[in-house]
Design a protein around this ligand. Sequence first.
Ligand code: NAD
Ligand code: MG
Length: 390
Amino acid sequence: MRKVSIFGATGSIGQNTIDLIAREPGAYDVVALTGGQNIARLAADARRLNAQIAVTADESRLGELREALAGSGVEAAAGTRAIVEAATRPADWVMSAIVGAAGLAPGMKALEQGATLALANKESLVTAGELIMRTARQHGGRILPVDSEHSAVFQGLVGEDMSAVERIIITASGGAFRDWSLQEMARATPEQAAKHPNWDMGLRITIDSASMFNKALEVIETKEFFGCPHSMIEVLVHPESMVHALVGFKDGALMAHVGPPDMRHAIGYALHWPDRRKLPVERLDLAKIGTFTFRQPDPVRYPALRLAHEVLEAGGLAGAVFNAAKETALDGFLARRIGFLQMAEVVEEVLERLVASQCLKNAEMTLDTVQETDHLARKTAQEVMAEQDR
Ligand code: NAD
Ligand code: MG
C-alpha cells in the first residue's frame, strides 16, 4: 500500500485528490490530511479514509476537530507547526494543495523526507523556486507538477531533452473578464471575479485567473520548474481551456496537450506517474467541439504578465515579494478596500520599493529569508494600500 498525505485536503484540489484515492480502496494508506476552517469535511474524510492524523490550520478549533473524530482512532492536531510536523511522517506521495505561501514549509518538509511531492501549490515555486528544487535534489525527493499547464508541459517533455526545446506556451482561459473593457474591469466586484467560465477552483485562484495573476505566477513556475530562460515562455489566451500547454521544439514541431478542464487528469497523472492509468475524466469529442481559438493577451488589461517577467529578470527573492504583495492585494480587493485593477498597481509599487534594495539582492535563499521577505512585502503592501486610502 502506498502511503499518501494530502495538505489542503478540504480545498478544490484536495477534494479532487481524495476523489481519485477513494476510488481505489485498499491501494492507499492515508497518513495525514490537513485543512482549515471546514472541520466537518476534514473529519469526515479522515474517518472515511482511515487517516493516521487530521490537522486543522486553526488552533482555536482543535476541540471541535477532536470531538468530530472521537472514537475513530484518527489523531487530531492544530496549528501551522502541527501541519509542518505532519509532513515529517513518512509518506511515499504527498499532495501539496494548501493555497498561498503557507504551502511552502510543509512541502519542503515532505521533500526533506525524500517523498514525491505532487505540487499544486504554485506559490512554493514562485516564492522559493531555487530552494525547493535544491531541497528535492539533496534529499532524493521528487517534484511532480499538478498545475494543469505544467503537467501538460511535463508530459510533452517525456522522452525529450530540454536542449531541443525552443519555446513553452502555456494557455490562459482569460478568466471571468476576458471580454470586459478596462473601464468595466475597474468597477468589477469580488463576486463577479469569482465566476470562472471553465474551471471550478478555489476562490483565490479563480480571482487570480480574472486578473491573470494566476498566469503570471505560472510563468514564474514554468521557469523555476523546467529551468528554461523566461524569454522562452509565452502565454496565449485560449477561451476553450482544452489545450493546456504546447512545447515547441527546435525542428518547428509543437506538441500540444489537449484535455477537458478537469484537474483530476493532472492530479491522476502525478499520482500514477510514471504510469498512465484509466482516469474518470471526460473523453473529448473534437468533431463536436469543432474549433479551438487562440489570441494574444492584452498587456494593458493584464499588467501582471509584464510584472512576472520583471520578477524573473530580478531573480532571487523577487518572487517572494511578488507573491506576498499579490496575496495582500487580493485580500484588499476581497475586503473591497481596493479596486480590481488596483491589485496590479499595489504589486508593482511593492516590487519597486523592495526589489531594488540591496538586502534582498544579496540575501541567500533559505526558508527563513523567504519568510522574512514574505512578511516585509505584506507589510509594504499594507502601507501602499493605506497611502491609496488617503
Ligand atoms: P482552496 O481554497 O479550494 O483550498 C485551499 C486549501 O488550503 C484548503 O484545504 C484550506 O483549508 C487550506 N488552507 C488555506 N489557508 C491555509 C493556511 N494558511 N494554512 C494551512 N492550510 C490552509 O484552493 P485550491 O483551488 O484547491 O488551490 C490549492 C492550490 O492549488 C493553490 O496553490 C492553487 O493555486 C493551486 N491550483 C489549484 C487549481 C484548482 O483547480 N483549484 C489548479 C491549479 C493549481
Ligand atoms: Mg494552471
